[in-house]
Design a protein around this ligand. Structure first.
Ligand code: F6R
Length: 615
């Protein structure tokens, strides 16, 4: 989603703002802009539509350089108003206040009407401009920038992460957070703000993570933070474990490709220190996990997108193996329902970013419905909103995922969910020691198995050409493979813009089989499991309707090769836990290569953003 970066330094800030924007571009990117306070305390602003590169070119083309020691910048993912220069941030009010904003101000129409009567005019269609005007108006009654922001903020409903500067108070940035992530970076030459630590890694590893309601006054030598009630608060300084190099492409052409190939290591890192003597260390989920898992009588999983698909796999595992009832629901629906939440529920949120607004709000809603539930978040982002709101946290150690399409975050979530299943199963004695050892051995084999699956890349690349002129594709699987088929279809949709649907193979004859003809490629997943015989007859049904098929199988499944059917053995001897993780790999590779053939922007597909921090 949108990105914010800013700083107060003793050096020129423009280069750092641009570098930060480039690092944030993966989050949202239909336009970008920056503003600095020049030496004579006037605003100098540049905004461009499209990539950050366009903003760089815009700056280069100017007669005089934009520079100063205080500045803020933004990459925008349009919510209110199209991607135009006027709608791009930073916005300015009366040449006194300028700001960048992530989030949505829900009562902006009402505020706008009020501000029009006060003589303010509007140059954009955004919900953000009202914030600038409201602060400018508050400045008339207040004696500092921070008190003006504190006053103005009382009128907003909605979510915001804000970076604010003023020509009247030229030595500071005000940062405010409510529902949109914001960090303060503490550097040698100054202090900074950003919506994501990644933006500031070249200047600092020391961060303060603001909490909802916090408003901070950031000067070159001093940071003061207040909570929403105006009380001074002390937020700890944390040292980031992220490395700058992790966010570079290295020898790869795309981040998605790099992240697909990083999966063996990401899985190894996620398993590390979580297993001892062939037992899952339950404390990996938090000190209170043992008691919470023992107490749990049902599991409710809530997530979005790929994370939701991972949750669907876990439902099979938790019910089949741990023998505990499990529901899975998309967060955007869950948050607005009045669901029944029993006391002994383990409420699990899954989120790569830990910041997805729907998932965060679903967790808040769940806690309101029943405060006795125990919440666990499985996330790739320490210090995220979800980790702060949850009783228990399990961090997947996938490393930064920059490509918009989730790959290593998804497979490491599955690893985390497998560890959860194993923990609950062994606590509830739904599996014996030998079965637990079997699961753990399977998990330890995963990095090697993923490497084997990656070896099929050339063959998959050759098949990708078949999708060049196709408008639609169907993914089939049964059991956990239906969820993996959903993940495969989501990947193909988002990066190649080909419509794709996933169906449980047995459901096809109840309607969708009508769609099948030679123009509808069908991709099926055939693990060697109890449903293989059923799946094979489903494949026959499809085949006899003239479809072009690709079947990814376990070598032992021995799906019969037929005309217009490509059977690709991915690897062999996969079990209930390993199979869904391994069959994800060829589907990722397939969508990646189809996207290359289609010439789409693989890492930054149109209309999508990495972390969806607005509703
Ligand atoms: C798909 C994808 C999205 C995310 C979804 C949830 O490839 O990346 O569907 O999975 O937006 O994001 P997180 O996991 O950050 O909550």
């Amino acid at each position: 989603m949108c990105g914010i970066v800013g700083g107060v330094t003793n050096k020129d800030i423009t280069a750092l703002l641009l570098e930060g924007l480039n690092r944030l571009e993966y989050r949202g990117y239909d336009s970008s802009g920056l503003i600095v306070l020049s030496r004579n305390n006037t605003f100098e602003r540049a905004r461009s539509v499209g990539k950050v590169k366009n903003l760089e070119d815009n700056l280069k083309a100017r007669d005089h350089k934009i520079n100063g020691n205080i500045g803020i910048a933004h990459t925008r993912w349009a919510t209110h108003g199209e991607p135009t220069i006027n709608n791009a941030h930073p916005h300015i009010s009366m040449n006194s206040v300028s700001l960048v904003h992530n989030g949505i101000i829900e009562n902006y129409a009402e505020l706008k009407n009020d501000q029009l009567t006060k003589g303010y005019s509007f140059s954009s269609e955004t919900d953000t401009e009202v914030i600038a005007h409201e602060i400018d108006f508050a400045m008339k009654a207040c004696s500092s920038l921070i008190s003006s922001v504190q006053l103005a903020i009382k009128s907003f409903s909605g979510s915001y992460g804000l970076g604010i500067i003023s020509s009247k108070y030229p030595n500071q940035i005000i940062a405010a957070r409510n529902g949109s992530p914001l960090v303060i970076g503490i550097g040698k030459n100054g202090n900074y703000i950003a919506s994501d630590q990644l933006a500031l890694l070249s200047v600092t590893k020391k961060f303060i993570f603001l909490e909802d309601g916090d408003i901070a006054e950031i000067k070159i030598d001093k940071i003061t933070i207040y909570d929403l009630d105006g009380n001074l608060v002390d937020r700890p300084i944390k040292i980031s474990r992220l490395k700058l190099g992790e966010t570079n492409l290295g020898d790869y052409d795309h981040f998605m490709q790099k992240e697909i190939f990083e999966q063996p290591q990401a899985i190894r890192d996620t398993l590390e220190s979580r297993i001892s003597n062939d037992t899952v260390l339950i404390s990996a989920f938090g000190y209170e996990a043992h008691e919470a898992f023992n107490k749990a009588k049902q599991v409710q999983i809530v997530a979005c997108g790929s994370s939701y698909n991972a949750g669907l796999v876990a439902k099979y595992w938790l019910e089949d193996i741990a023998k505990i009832p499990c529901n899975v629901e998309v967060a955007s629906e869950y948050r607005y329902r009045r669901p029944i939440l029993l006391n002994d529920t383990l409420f699990v949120t899954l989120s790569q970013s830990g910041e997805t607004a729907d998932t965060v709000e679903a967790l808040k809603a769940a806690k309101k419905i029943n405060s006795n539930i125990t919440s666990l978040c499985i996330t790739n982002s320490p210090e995220s909103s979800l980790t702060r709101l949850s009783d228990l946290t399990f961090l997947t150690h996938a490393g930064p995922e920059i490509g918009v399409a989730s790959t290593k975050a998804f497979t490491t979530q599955l690893v985390a969910l497998a560890l959860l299943t194993c923990s609950i199963s062994s606590l509830k004695k739904s599996i014996n020691k030998r079965q637990e050892r079997g699961i753990i051995h399977g998990l330890k084999r995963l990095p090697g198995l993923v490497n084997e699956a990656l070896l099929q890349e050339k063959q998959i690349e050759n098949l990708a050409i078949r999708f060049k002129d196709k408008n639609s594709a169907l993914f089939l699987g049964r059991g956990t493979m239906h969820a993996i088929a959903m993940e495969g279809a989501l990947k193909l949709k988002e990066i190649s813009y080909i419509h794709a649907e996933a169906y449980p193979a047995g459901e096809l004859k109840h309607g969708p089989i009508a769609l099948i003809d030679k123009n509808m490629p069908v991709i099926a997943i055939a693990p060697n499991d109890d449903l293989l015989v059923k799946l094979k007859s489903n494949l026959q049904e499809v085949k006899s309707r003239g479809s072009q098929m690709i079947v990814f199988e376990d070598e032992n499944s021995k799906v019969q090769q037929m005309e217009a059917m490509e059977v690709i053995p991915v690897t062999s001897n996969l079990g209930r836990i390993t199979a869904p993780i391994i069959f994800t790999i060829p589907l990722q590779l397939l969508s990646y290569h189809v996207a290359l053939i289609k010439g789409t922007n693989v890492d930054k597909p149109r209309n999508l953003a990495k972390s969806v921090t607005v509703e």
